[in-house]
Design a protein around this ligand. Structure first.
Ligand SMILES: C[S@@+](CC[C@H](N)C(=O)[O-])C[C@H]1O[C@@H](n2cnc3c(N)ncnc32)[C@H](O)[C@@H]1O
Length: 235
């Protein structure tokens, strides 16, 4: 039987993970808007990642590749905050945020795929966490309560939205005045980030599209290996 040195094993795991992602993207449900473009920037929308590939989101090497723990620390959450993880997937970020906001806070984990919410529900069964609300949204509406959120987070989601302008309108309504909309997106400016171009976003395009919907880009953090963290505020 072949044995692998540590770096070889890491490379193999990474190749397998990227192959799993490619399958998930290829098997995502087809939709009429799949060849759609953003009306303001002309950017092509990416396909939705299918729940069939959800294990890629929980891959053990994600911490080494993307440093999500550091990303969550950069969010600056505090006990009592009410936040939404929009496009929560398997709940990787939602569950970690639930611990930080504590029993006086709340996390709305929203997704358009019931299968993703089912994965989160089953994970919640193994934890003492009681402050996560699962929300099945629609393509154009995350269905979050109005004037409630201190922060809405989208991790690797915005580039997949097929109705980004409608989603942003609803998020603006769901955020409290001064609330933050935070995007984590793979850096389009960096060719070394090993992700398909369609699944990356540049700061320039994100700013153009999101400020067009009434948000203001307050800060860009480049402290993560593959992604930038874009912090917008709702005036
Ligand atoms: C690449 S996954 C990222 C999951 C999770 N944020 C993470 O990083 O672990 C993208 C997720 O966004 C969801 N999604 C796509 N379009 C959406 C929309 N319009 N509203 C809410 N969720 C959406 C998909 O169903 C999928 O679960």
């Amino acid at each position: 039987m072949a044995t692998f040195t540590h770096p070889m094993r890491l490379r193999l795991l990474r190749a397998l993970a990227l192959a799993a992602l490619a399958v998930a993207l290829a098997t995502a449900p087809a939709r009429a808007q799949d060849d759609g473009r953003h009306p303001v920037s002309g950017r092509f929308f990416a396909n939705t990642m299918s729940a069939a590939g959800a294990s890629w989101l929980d891959r053990p090497e994600r911490e080494d590749e993307e440093a999500p723990k550091k990303a969550i620390a950069l969010l600056g959450l505090k006990p009592g905050d009410v936040v939404a993880d929009v496009g929560a997937g398997s709940g990787y970020f939602a569950l970690k945020m639930a611990e930080l906001v504590g029993p006086t806070g709340r996390v709305y984990a929203a997704d358009i795929q019931q299968e993703m919410l089912d994965i989160i529900k089953s994970k919640l069964g193994y934890t003492p966490v009681k402050n996560v609300t699962l929300v099945l949204g629609a393509e154009d509406n995350p269905k979050l309560p109005p004037n409630t959120l201190d922060m809405a987070l989208m991790v690797d989601v915005y580039h997949e939205l097929h109705e980004p302008q409608a989603v942003l309108t609803h998020l603006r309504e769901a955020l409290k005045p001064g609330g933050r909309l935070i995007l984590l997106e793979y850096r389009a400016e960096d060719p070394k980030v090993p992700i398909q171009t369609l699944h990356k976003m540049s700061v320039q395009v994100a700013k153009l599209e999101i400020e067009h919907e009434g948000f203001v880009l307050a800060k860009v953090l480049n402290d993560l290996p593959w992604q930038h963290l874009l912090i917008f505020t709702r005036p």
